[in-house]
Design a protein around this ligand. Structure first.
Ligand code: NAD
Length: 456
């Protein structure tokens, strides 16, 4: 394993030093090849995602395939302009100089992915790494095994083997890999593992991007169309069986709102997944038996009352879309990120109480507010902090390339998507091209200084 890792790193470092990744034509050709990979392998990708997560084809195409396609097309269309030098404001002393910021590749970067959107969270950062002119190693999650194997097969078939590689394995292999020096580490995954990634990066002073999770709140308050709100909430929560880093983790609303919301949620869920969601082709599965057990244990230990769902099947790693009420603030469901199809509803009396509740907790990756009253939305936006923000819907903000996607505080550091990813994988080199003119005025800065003052 170590030998293979060494061989790959050395090969990529050599390629980077040869400057093969620098020309824009090379980057565009690799991005086009990646586009072909996704297009020509769509059926295999859909099948692998179904094998790993029981992902319905629609969800696989929307959240893994199309997200990556959009990133590629956006990068291809904008790369030339991203690479232009950015001229900066000058002062009197630099009037005759050329002063600009130049985007340069970092080198050989390592991209470590999670299992929930195993194509999106590996290939989207890869798009940004290629666009910025880097060589890259992908380390997909070993948990989504079928997708891991597929990526290891497809990447060398389509992309330059000198510049890009896939290394497989779990925690042990990744720890070994992290002993090596990289020029950037881009990690998507859980907070506990992120701590060891940071420690490993510290040894080589390697910059890192951490795309983590957390508990994303959804505050529902004031006037609104409860039927539409229930549909949007149910879709964004139970998409990918709740295994989304930006899934609404819990709901905060008044008792009255909760009583209105529950029948609307029941209707929405029945319309989406029928009265027997286990048989619905649109309901995926929990990724492994271990992850299924963790969720069932949480459900058993919770002091909350199940009012929708609650059924499960270990054999099929199935858990019904489940909603609980009367969940105390210190409940097991309010401890860590749920990351499954379980939605606790907690009640508040006022908007201020809801804002206070969210602010007592760690800054989430996304924060949602549902309300038809713009004052409510603005107040929540002004008085809270989170990686991203979306009003009147869930998870969809992450699909827009113009918005940076990333966390704040314990939900992550750094961002990507669109230009933001290109920036993450680029070094912004501040350049000053000095003119030889006006040498006589330099006497002002050369010694002997004598009594010269800067007070002009
Ligand atoms: P994880 O942290 O267990 O694993 C992620 C990656 O780290 C895998 O490739 C795994 O092989 C590797 N890894 C595991 N243990 C390791 C160790 N000790 N040392 C080094 N590497 C190790 O995360 P996961 O369970 O795959 O993903 C779920 C988490 O990811 C959730 O918290 C979710 O919110 C988060 N997530 C975040 C985003 C985002 O964009 N912010 C996207 C998807 C998932």
């Amino acid at each position: 394993m170590e030998e293979q890792q060494q061989e790959v790193i050395t090969r990529l470092q050599r390629a980077f030093r040869s400057r093969v990744t620098r020309p824009v034509q090379f980057r565009l050709a690799q991005l086009e090849a990646l586009h072909r990979l996704v297009a020509e392998s769509e059926d295999q990708i859909v099948a692998a995602l179904h094998q790993d997560l029981g992902k319905p084809k629609f969800e696989a195409v929307l959240s893994d395939i199309e997200m990556v396609n959009n990133e590629i097309v956006f990068a291809i269309n904008n790369l030339q302009s991203w690479l232009q030098p950015e001229y900066v404001e000058k002062n009197l002393a630099t009037k005759l100089d050329d002063c600009f910021v130049r985007r340069e590749p970092l080198g050989v970067v390592l991209i470590i992915g999670a299992w929930n959107y195993p194509i999106q969270v590996t290939l989207s950062p890869l798009v940004a790494a290629i666009a910025a002119g880097n060589c890259a190693i992908l380390k997909p999650s070993e948990v989504s095994q079928a997708t891991e194997k597929l990526l290891a097969k497809l990447i060398p078939k389509y992309l330059s083997q000198e510049c890009y590689a896939v290394l497989c394995g779990g925690a042990e292999e990744t720890k070994k890999l992290l002993e090596n020096q990289f020029d950037h580490i881009f990690y998507t995954g859980s907070q506990p593992v992120a701590r060891s990634i940071l420690q490993a990066a510290a040894v080589h002073l390697t910059p890192v991007t951490l795309e983590l999770g957390g508990k994303c709140p959804c505050l529902i308050y004031g006037n609104l169309d409860i039927t539409a709100a229930a549909k949007r909430l149910a879709w964004s929560k139970f998409f990918n069986v709740g295994q989304s880093c930006v899934a609404p983790d819990y709901v905060l609303c008044t008792t009255q709102m909760r009583d209105d919301l529950l029948p609307a949620l029941r209707d929405a869920l029945e319309a989406f997944y029928t009265s027997e969601p286990q048989k619905s082709p649109d309901m995926g599965r929990i990724v492994t038996g271990r992850h299924w057990k963790r969720l069932i244990d949480m459900l058993k230990k919770s002091a909350g009352k199940v009012v929708i769902g609650g059924q499960s099947d270990e054999q099929e790693r199935y858990i019904a879309p489940t909603v609980l009420v009367d969940v105390p603030e210190d409940d097991v469901l309010m401890d860590g990120e749920i990351f499954g199809p379980i939605l606790p509803i907690l009640t508040i009396q006022t908007l201020e109480e809801g804002i206070d509740f969210m602010n007592r907790r760690e800054k989430p990756l996304a924060l949602y507010v549902f309300s038809d009253e713009s004052k409510v939305v603005q107040t929540v936006l002004e008085h809270t902090s989170s990686g991203g923000f979306c009003s009147n819907d869930g998870i969809v903000h992450m699909a827009l390339q113009g918005l940076p996607f990333g966390g704040v505080g314990t939900s992550g550091m750094g961002s990507y998507h669109g230009r933001w990813g290109f920036e993450t994988f680029s070094h912004r080199r501040g350049c000053m091209m000095r003119s030889w003119l006006l040498e006589p005025i330099n006497v002002l800065r050369y010694p002997p200084y004598q009594d010269r003052s800067l007070g002009w």
